[in-house]
Design a protein around this ligand. Structure first.
Ligand code: ADP
Length: 212
């Protein structure tokens, strides 16, 4: 759902149009006891953002819902694989110190951890902070000791849509998700990491869609 801050008068105009469509600006002005000139900026804004549709010589129609649905449909039509970033991956045996250096060098907030090519953990800024505040020897302790482990990792598939990914990020209160593919390697199930989708990817997409 999109939240747009509307003024009281704009909300009232929408109600009037919903109840009386098609309705001319003169009739709307009469309902509100104001002049048409006063209403003009509100009507332009409501038409521009898609709440109202103006048809010459007929009047205003309500079209807000359908426009918001178009936005939702657009987001649902974009797959995670279309906007994901490169994953930053280390092995379980990497030291906490090297993990922190990787975090800075790669400019990310979350690192994924693999063992024998399969996702086994996730480490974020808070995990590093907790670990160092707990007084561990960052050069000796492996990242495997401080990471969030599988099966507690929330993942998405490359075929999932962006709305599904965004909902998982919100529901699980995390900053990013590994994009994975479950594969069979002989008898073994392997969780292969293909990418990373984060709050930043989704915010960038949001800005691009709004610019469109
Ligand atoms: P930050 O530490 O920067 O606030 P998060 O909010 O993403 O980042 O991480 C909070 C906690 O959630 C950490 O313990 C981290 O290991 C864990 N976490 C992060 N991403 C995931 C994920 N995709 N699945 C499960 N746990 C995660």
């Amino acid at each position: 759902m999109i939240f747009i801050e509307l003024s009281n008068r704009q909300r009232k105009i929408i109600e009037i149009v919903q109840e009386n469509e098609p309705i001319t600006s003169k009739q709307i002005a009469k309902h509100l006891s104001v002049t048409r000139a006063t209403l003009r900026p509100d009507l332009s804004i409501l038409t521009m953002i898609g709440f109202l549709d103006a048809r010459p010589k007929v009047g205003y129609f309500y079209s807000g819902e359908s426009n918001i649905n178009i936005f939702a449909q657009k987001v649902k039509g974009i797959k995670v694989e279309n906007i994901m970033s490169l994953p930053i991956i280390v092995t379980e045996k990497t030291s906490v110190y090297d993990g922190i250096v990787t975090l800075f060098l790669e400019d990310v907030g979350t690192i994924f951890v693999v063992s024998e090519g399969s996702l086994v953990g996730v480490v974020s800024r808070k995990d590093f902070l907790k670990g160092t505040m707990g007084g561990i020897d960052v050069n000796k302790v492996p990242i495997g000791m401080i990471m969030t482990r599988s099966p507690n990792i929330v993942t998405v598939s490359p075929e999932d849509n962006v709305l599904q990914a965004a909902m998982k990020i919100i529901d699980h209160e995390v900053d990013s998700l590994p994009v994975v593919l479950e594969e069979k390697d002989g008898e073994q199930e392997v969780t292969k990491i293909l990418g990373r989708i984060s709050k930043s990817n989704i915010t960038k997409l949001f800005v691009e869609l709004c610019k469109d």
